[in-house]
Ligand binder design. Structure first.
Ligand SMILES: [Zn+2]
Length: 137
């Protein structure tokens, strides 16, 4: 029996039709934003025209660090706390995103290909609360 899944933060992503992060894009200069931005921040952009846009796919691991202490409230985590890797990924669509890595520290390699995944980050009240993560390919 699969456990009920629920996004840890509503509205940021979906997984029904493949992993999609819900951000925005400036239709004047094509700059992507996640999370959504109210205005285009590209200094070379002539006219800020922000529209909703969903992103999927993958990218390249640019850097990473290890979270070896529990995050402060209001962040939640399964106890006992298990250290995890936080990655910074240059997505193929131009975004540079931060996210938890699905794989352990020993597997990390700068420049490795990764793809987005939706996985649980903590469990509460019989549900798995999810967020986006990066998985090494
Ligand atoms: Zn723009």
């Amino acid at each position: 029996m699969s456990q009920q899944r629920e996004p840890a933060v509503a509205g940021l992503f979906s997984e029904e039709d493949g992993v999609r992060l819900h951000g925005a894009k400036c239709t004047t200069c094509n700059t992507p934003y996640f999370p959504k931005a109210a205005h285009c921040r590209n200094p070379d952009c002539d006219e800020s025209k922000i529209e909703p846009c969903s992103f999927g796919g993958g990218g390249v691991l640019w850097s990473y660090s290890v979270a070896d202490f529990p995050p402060p409230a209001p962040h939640k985590y399964d106890k006992p706390f298990v250290p995890y890797v936080i990655g910074v990924v240059d997505m193929d669509n131009g975004l540079r995103l931060v996210g938890q890595m699905a794989d352990g520290l020993e597997a990390m390699r700068i420049g490795a290909r990764v793809e987005l995944a939706i996985e649980s980050i903590y469990h509460e009240a019989g549900k798995a609360f999810t967020s986006w993560k990066f998985k090494l390919l």
